[in-house]
Design a protein around this ligand. Structure first.
Ligand code: DX5
Ligand code: ZN
Length: 225
């Protein structure tokens, strides 16, 4: 099994055929389904919620990775857990009590993660490493698919990779490092080399007609590392 995970973001899927799209990317080799939740408040766009998560769950034979771009966070966590979320991540700016929100996610039986916008400093990691299963670095400003990768994210990934490796050395516990935004066939190797092990890609996959060929090309690029 590859040490890298590819997580298609269904934000760029055909919402009229969502179950089929989910099955399609899983058959094509997806390791996770990335599920973008936007509330037109924390981010300037409105997408999908727990009802849609529950609707795709029977089609998803891989974990569902729910990326919450909503404020407030806490009230919606249990709803997503009930709807079949496996991983739930949120932005520190969107929660008044980050440690409590992380604990809530785990109490609901899900894996928990924090998401860092391009300009958000990493200080929020300092006291919660034990409560994290995943750290998500945004390489675009959240709200829309199809934006260009912000190169500074490479430096940030490197910094988080160092923190995770030091933490793993101390604790024996692994934390996934995910990246989200502007990931394509031609930059995925560079991004993974910077430290990411879990790669979200929306438009790069769903804008193509042959998902297996696209995910295969991403895996081939990752295999060079
Ligand atoms: C942006 C979302 C991303 C987005 C990625 O706010 O969190 O998951 O769908 O889309 P691409 O891969 O097209 O940049
Ligand atoms: Zn996302």
């Amino acid at each position: 099994m590859s040490r890298f995970r590819i997580a298609p973001s269904i934000l760029s899927a055909d919402f009229a055929r969502l179950g089929e799209e989910v099955r399609g990317v899983i058959a094509a080799g997806a390791d996770l389904i990335h599920f973008d939740v936007m509330d037109n408040h924390y981010v300037p766009n409105l997408t999908i919620g727990p009802l849609v998560c529950a609707a795709i769950k029977p089609h998803a034979s891989v974990p569902i990775d729910v990326h919450l771009m909503v404020k407030p966070v806490d009230r919606i966590i249990a709803d997503f857990a009930k709807a079949g979320a496996d991983i739930i991540t949120f932005h520190p700016e969107a929660s008044e009590h980050i440690d409590r929100s992380l604990a809530l996610i785990r109490d609901c039986g899900c894996r928990a993660g924090l998401v860092f916008n391009p300009a958000t400093p990493l200080a929020h990691l300092d006291h919660v490493m034990d409560k994290l299963d995943l750290i998500l670095i945004m390489s675009v400003n959240p709200g829309f698919g199809g934006q260009a990768f912000i190169p500074e994210a490479l430096n940030k990934l490197g910094e988080v990779r160092r923190r995770i490796d030091a933490y793993t050395e101390r604790s024996g516990r692994t934390i996934w490092l995910e990246v989200d935004g502007g990931v394509k066939i031609d930059n995925i190797a560079q991004i993974a080399r910077a430290g990411a092990d879990t790669l979200v890609a929306g438009s790069a996959i769903f804008s193509t007609s042959d998902y297996a060929a696209t995910i295969g090309a991403m895996r081939a690029a990752l295999a060079q590392i």
